[in-house]
Design a protein around this ligand. Structure first.
Ligand SMILES: Nc1ncnc2c1ncn2[C@@H]1O[C@H](COP(=O)(O)OP(=O)(O)OP(=O)(O)O)[C@@H](O)[C@H]1O
Ligand SMILES: [Mg+2]
Length: 361
């Protein structure tokens, strides 16, 4: 089912300001759309409007061609999984999953087939007759997913469904959810503040901040072509380095004059209009190279080394105390307090208009 949001806005009663404004979005049939953003940016508000649990203040919500604004939640053909996936404690796993279908007075055979199908997919057949209190958190989470799946909804809505699980299990469930989506193809809208979940699971990411969409597109674009400084800093770990400066005679000179960058040929063209204007440069930590025999380099003192196994994260300081983050392969050796020179891949530098924060294209 295709889901379209046209100029959607939300103002809660008793609030002065709109919580969401000008939300325009097309979620194609069979998309796995991840709504990403920091706490309080309005993700749950948006999902609840799509679910029919929040009223829509302005704009149109369409499922296919049908306007849904006034359609009651129960008639929207959706299923929702929340972070706190309360299961009925006195019912078995089987009955928890069968519950909504029984309420709909489906035939016993259909209920049984659907529950068994979901249990098979989610690998929970072995404890269908256990009570929720007798299974692990991850298993309970799968039951909650199963309970939503058996309804075969046109749209599957999930609000941070993995956030109660430990890191290992979350990683595992991410893959399972992707696999499940491949098998079922149900249009899914998934809310999270975890960039890794978004990057790994989404066919489409919608990154929000302050009630507005900052960028929408495929995961690749978020890493390689962030639309503005907010997006650039939100996606990627460790966070992208942002350095403020000015374009002078076609070169980028940082405000402290310690970083000088000769832009690539294609960037030089884009920067023509920015001569003597404030520009910020973004360099991802993984784009630095030790030594750097070619092109521009910076010289920095190593302050702290974080060993993560496959990579080492260096927190370095320039002469004026400015801090940069550099990621290097884990087997490289660095000693704290040593001064090193680092180069960077000139093709992977991002330029932003400092005033608006927008990417210079
Ligand atoms: N029922 C409500 N009445 C008034 N304001 C609300 C209501 N629910 C949420 N808000 C406000 O709307 C804003 C967005 O909240 P929302 O829960 O949608 O954010 P979120 O992105 O889901 O955050 P989180 O990641 O913490 O879950 C917040 O400022 C919140 O205080
Ligand atoms: Mg929320």
């Amino acid at each position: 089912m295709k889901v379209t949001l046209k100029d959607i806005g939300k103002k809660y009663e008793g609030r002065e300001e709109f919580t969401l404004r000008n939300i325009n979005l097309e979620i194609e049939n069979q998309d796995f759309c991840v709504i990403l953003g920091p706490s309080g940016c309005g993700k749950t508000t948006l999902l609840r409007m799509i679910a029919g649990l929040n009223s829509i203040t302005e704009g149109d919500l369409l499922f296919g061609d049908k306007r849904m604004n006034k359609v009651p939640s129960k008639d929207r053909d959706i299923a929702m999984v929340f972070q706190s996936y309360a299961l009925y404690p006195h019912m078995t796993v089987y009955d928890n999953m069968a519950f909504s279908l029984s309420m709909r007075k489906e035939r016993k055979k259909i209920i049984h087939d659907r529950v068994m199908e979901a249990a098979e997919l989610l690998q929970i057949k072995d404890y269908l007759y256990s009570k929720p209190s007798d299974i692990s958190g991850g298993q309970r989470q799968r039951v909650a997913l199963g309970r939503a799946m058996v309804r075969k909804p046109a749209v599957f809505l999930m609000d941070e469904p993995l956030s109660n699980l430990d890191a290992k299990l979350r990683e595992h469930m991410r893959v399972e959810l992707v696999r499940l989506h491949k098998q079922l193809g149900t249009t899914s809208i998934y809310v999270t503040h975890d960039q890794t979940e978004a990057m790994t699971m989404a066919t489409k990411i919608v990154l929000m901040n302050d009630g507005k969409i900052q960028q929408a597109g495929v995961p690749d674009e978020f890493y390689n072509k962030p639309a503005n400084i907010f997006v650039a800093k939100f996606i990627g770990s460790p966070t992208m380095n942002i350095i403020e400066g000015t374009i002078k005679k076609g070169k980028f000179i940082s405000d402290d004059e310690l970083v000088v960058i000769t832009p690539s040929v294609s960037d030089t063209e884009k920067l023509l209009a920015y001569e003597n204007k404030k520009v910020s440069v973004g360099i991802r930590p993984e784009r630095f190279e030790s030594g750097g025999e070619f092109g521009d380099t910076i010289s920095a003192k190593i302050d702290v080394v974080e060993m993560l196994g496959k990579e080492k994260i260096l927190h370095v300081k320039l002469d004026n105390g400015r801090e940069l983050t550099i990621s290097t392969p884990g087997h490289y050796t660095y000693n704290e307090n040593e001064v090193h020179s680092f180069g960077f891949d000139i093709e992977s530098i991002h330029f932003f208009d400092t005033e608006s924060g927008n990417r210079i294209n």
